[in-house]
Design a protein around this ligand. Structure first.
Ligand SMILES: Nc1ncnc2c1ncn2[C@@H]1O[C@H](COP(=O)(O)OP(=O)(O)OP(=O)(O)O)[C@@H](O)[C@H]1O
Ligand SMILES: [Mg+2]
Ligand SMILES: [Mg+2]
Length: 524
């Protein structure tokens, strides 16, 4: 990545040097003075369903040995027929509604033909002529932009082929073949790499909130093709190039910027941009040609004769509409209204790993926001978010675990927080109990653990607390003298020693107070 950024910086400075005259009448982005950038994104989201789009085969989650999750239909055996998975349709409709798109009462499936080793049928089933949903938009909060959605279509994923250079052999894995995808096609409404990045992140959050997809670019459950063109202000849109196979938001942004610089160089040297499909070389931070428009395959789209039109009733769509979960914009507003900082809200929402979907498309538990909601029920949200973000996330990170591995139940964390708030245990004992719960997950209550480990906070009047204070004063007479002479701050040295003796069960403020009382009484 470092190299990518360097290379971009190089290109950027080269450009601004050679075109400094344009800078004076600059319009828009200083990185490409005088030019307008247009970006449209085709996102392919893998639908989080346990079965494939047209077969009864399980999907490959968690990943299984190659070609063990494949039915005769996915392997394209003669005589097999597709049967549409209703969960995938429900999740498609849910996504469409979340993107303010118009769900079509009638949609159809088509065959898109091309020959590739990971596509046994020689065609992919998609919705070319009549997609499940048309129109819509996504609001980007930071850059204040409304990005239009052109359409959303249901389609099949392909298998995977890998090439072993040492053996000189290609291998095909059909586990992914036939898995359901949603292709979400945006309008060309974005005008910078950053806006494209925000679009993808916002889309990820929406997909996760409706539990339609994990939307993870690195793991391939969200794959984006970006279309980029440039033009001068007031002139018609330029010729677009489509960049495929981008595996992170960061790479996507670098690819767009490098593509913009490439178009500028072509246009300023008097040539024309050719419409192309391009790949992205991460090492060089550059795009490269895959095929030109002339070489584009003729997909010979035709209606799939084996799949009848998908007819959705208004009441079916309404039922899904009325069971829609809270969408990210609404969640953010709700958390902010509860007094959480923008930063904590962002952390909770970013960590919200998505929810499990049942076979019927119903939601289970699992997301960070749902966890926060459960713990903060009847408690101060700001205190709860602090425990989750600072303490729990910190401890999980120290164990290289993610939130999905968190074994502390919301009820356990809730009573732990109550115990600290009411002074039954000290804050440091609370953190210790949380660590114990992570190390040895069990259904034990924090109270039981506190008793088991003798962590119940000591009263100021507790005899052992007074004994420890006297002991510490006795062995540090010079500190006691300094305090009597007016240097009260050094009492903290003694507080630390008493806390150590109490193994954190004493409350620091009470210890401080008691120490000062004893020292003053002695001095009198
Ligand atoms: N001038 C342009 N500059 C940048 N992007 C554009 C421009 N015109 C259209 N686009 C974007 O290009 C994408 C076109 O996607 P679409 O699925 O409609 O067609 P396709 O790329 O030709 O087909 P395929 O699905 O086979 O890749 C859309 O996201 C659209 O917003
Ligand atoms: Mg497309
Ligand atoms: Mg395309």
């Amino acid at each position: 990545m470092h190299r990518c950024m360097l290379s971009l910086a190089r290109q950027s400075s080269r450009w601004s040097r050679s075109h400094s005259t344009l800078a004076e009448n600059a319009s828009g982005d200083p990185r490409w003075f005088g030019w307008q950038v247009v970006v449209g994104i085709e996102a392919h989201a893998q639908i989080k369903s346990r079965k494939k789009l047209f077969s009864d085969s399980w999907t490959n989650d968690p990943p299984q040995p190659p070609s063990t999750r494949v039915s005769a239909f996915d392997a394209s055996f003669p005589g097999t027929l597709p049967r549409l998975n209703s969960t995938c349709v429900a999740l498609g409709v849910r996504t469409a509604l979340a993107l303010n798109s118009n769900v079509q009462r009638r949609s159809t499936f088509d065959r898109k033909h091309y020959f590739y080793k990971d596509l046994p049928a020689g065609y992919q089933i998609t919705q070319h002529y009549a997609p499940i949903s048309l129109g819509g938009y996504l609001m980007l909060a930071n850059c204040m932009r409304k990005v239009g959605i052109k359409q959303i279509q249901l389609e099949q994923d392909t298998g995977k082929s890998t090439f072993d250079v040492h053996l000189g052999k290609s291998s095909i894995d059909l586990n992914r073949a036939g898995t359901a995808l949603l292709e979400i096609v945006s309008d060309p409404d974005m005008s910078s790499p950053e806006e494209a990045g925000e679009y993808v992140r916002t889309l990820q959050a929406v997909l996760r909130s409706v539990a339609a997809s994990d939307g993870n670019m690195e793991q391939g459950s969200l794959r984006c093709d970006v279309n980029v063109s440039i033009n001068k202000k007031g002139e018609p849109a330029g010729t677009r190039c489509e960049i495929k196979n981008l595996n992170s938001v960061k790479n996507m942004q670098v690819a767009i910027a490098s593509e913009v610089f490439r178009h500028i160089e072509i246009l300023t040297s008097g040539q024309e941009v050719k419409q192309e499909t391009r790949g992205f070389d991460e090492e060089k931070a550059e795009t490269f040609s895959l095929r030109s428009k002339e070489d584009a395959p003729d997909y010979r789209y035709m209606p799939d004769p084996n799949i009848p039109p998908l007819l959705l009733t208004e009441s079916y769509i309404d039922k899904i509409r009325s069971s829609m979960p809270e969408l990210p914009d609404a969640t953010r507003e709700r958390l902010l209204a509860q007094g959480l900082s923008a930063q904590d809200t962002g952390v909770l929402m970013t960590a919200d790993a998505g929810r499990e979907v049942g076979m019927d498309g119903t939601f289970g538990q699992g997301g960070v926001v749902a966890y926060f909601d459960a713990v903060s029920e009847g408690r101060d949200p700001k205190i709860v978010v602090n425990w989750i973000v600072q303490v729990l996330f910190g401890q999980l990170a120290a164990r290289s675990q993610t939130f999905t591995e968190n074994q502390i139940m919301a009820a356990q964390l809730g009573s732990l927080i109550d115990m600290v708030q009411s002074g039954v245990i000290t804050g440091s004992s609370g953190k210790l109990i949380l660590r114990l719960m992570l190390d040895n997950p069990s259904s034990k209550t924090p109270e039981e653990l506190a008793k088991e480990h003798s962590l119940i906070a000591l009263d100021k009047g507790d005899s052992s607390m007074e004994a420890w204070c006297r002991e510490v004063i006795g062995s540090n007479p010079e500190v006691a003298d300094a305090i009597r002479a007016g240097n009260v701050n050094v009492v903290n040295k003694l507080v630390g020693r008493v806390m150590k003796k109490s193994r954190g069960t004493a409350d620091a403020l009470s210890v401080r107070k008691l120490l000062l009382e004893i020292i003053a009484a002695k001095g009198a």
